[in-house]
Design a protein around this ligand. Structure first.
Ligand SMILES: Cc1cc2nc3c(=O)[nH]c(=O)nc-3n(C[C@H](O)[C@H](O)[C@H](O)COP(=O)(O)OP(=O)(O)OC[C@H]3O[C@@H](n4cnc5c(N)ncnc54)[C@H](O)[C@@H]3O)c2cc1C
Length: 314
């Protein structure tokens, strides 16, 4: 933080009628429960506030980063030099027989509940995945061979110039845990999804079945982690194989560094066992990658997103 940010802080207070939060601990905003202080922090609860916060950061050349629920994020021990914008813009509407439109800060849990209440079939695989729609579209969240991108029809994004633009599914170039948002850092504001009319009991049964499957292999809710740490790699024959298959064979489950450890029931979950630092987690992840590379010649790629303390200015 320096006095050069005075104009930014003043503009922020004028625009929002309250002062900007400063020196906010990020471990409180990430399920991994690690991360130092962010210089500035703003929770946006309306679309105009979200857009305006980004505009102000850009105008004043303050690095900024949007977060949803913080379920797939690893913040830096040194926090973040700039503005963290937490997207709390929520709401879902039915816009057709089986079409819905939702703001990107809506929790996935509410999306699933909305589908049950409106007997809409398709999103049963999302039950139990924590986070917001924005984070889910960013990483094309999925389970049981389905992903959210396949249901998206249109979306409103905020592009690099600060313009709001409607785009279609092709824009996102969805792939396994991948969308264009990962590379262009545009923001998802709203998305429209096309589902199918279903039968309430069938939808609920499928969700119960999926949740039971998840419970068997995932850490309990109170465990600090960010989901699967690595993406499942593709082999030369084109087959995608669970990263845990390789991690199991390099002794992952017995490994730990500092307060970080591999979850005892699933080798692809790194957990914050006891007051881990980000450094502990990164070192453990590197050790796992090295072992898999050495034994199988496979380069594991992180699914969890590490946010370094310093980002380039917008
Ligand atoms: C126990 C557990 C189980 C999990 N299981 C699964 C699973 O089965 N399948 C799966 O796919 N994932 C899983 N995850 C990972 C996580 O739940 C998903 O990635 C989820 O979509 C993250 O949403 P979020 O709002 O928390 O995103 P965050 O962690 O807050 O952010 C993740 C990324 O998305 C970006 N982002 C967030 N909102 C927006 C936006 N509006 N516009 C543009 N970019 C945005 C952020 O900048 C960041 O880079 C699991 C995580 C946990 C902890």
């Amino acid at each position: 933080m320096d006095s050069g940010h005075l104009g930014f802080k003043e503009d922020f207070s004028k625009t929002f009628g309250k002062s900007l939060k400063q020196s906010v601990f990020l471990h409180e905003h990430a399920n991994f429960k690690v991360g130092g202080q962010a210089d500035y922090f703003f929770a946006a609860s309306s679309l105009p506030d979200l857009v305006q916060a980004v505009r102000l950061a850009r105008q004043h050349s303050i690095p900024y980063y949007i977060i949803g629920g913080g379920y797939n994020l690893l913040f830096d021990d040194d926090g973040f030099r700039g503005l963290i914008i937490k997207n709390c813009v929520q709401g879902i509407n039915k816009t057709g027989v089986a079409k819905i439109e939702a703001y990107s800060g809506t929790p996935i849990r509410e999306l699933v509940e909305f589908c049950i209440a409106n007997t809409l079939q398709g999103f049963e695989f999302l039950a139990g995945i924590p986070g917001t729609i924005g984070g889910a579209v960013f990483g094309n969240a999925g389970a049981f061979d389905r992903d959210i991108g396949s249901f998206l029809t249109e979306a409103l994004i905020l592009d690099k110039r600060g313009e709001q633009v409607w785009v279609d599914r092709d824009y996102f170039a969805f792939d396994y845990r991948q969308s264009r948002l990962r590379t262009n850092r545009n923001l998802l504001l709203k998305a429209t999804f096309l589902l199918q009319k279903g039968v309430q009991q069938d939808i609920e049964d499928k969700i119960t079945e999926n949740l039971a499957k998840r419970e068997k292999k995932h850490p309990p809710r109170e465990v600090a982690c960010a989901g699967s740490y690595f993406k499942n790699p593709v082999l030369p024959d084109g087959k995608r194989v669970a990263a845990a298959y390789f991690l199991d064979q390099v002794g992952a489950k017995s490994l730990g560094i500092g307060g970080a450890a591999v979850f005892s029931d699933h080798a692809n979950f790194i957990i914050n066992k006891q007051e881990a630092t980000t450094k502990d987690i990164l070192c453990l992840a590197l050790e796992l990658k090295n072992r898999v590379k050495q034994k199988f010649g496979i380069e594991l790629e992180e699914e969890v997103i590490y946010l370094p303390a310093e980002l380039s200015k917008p």
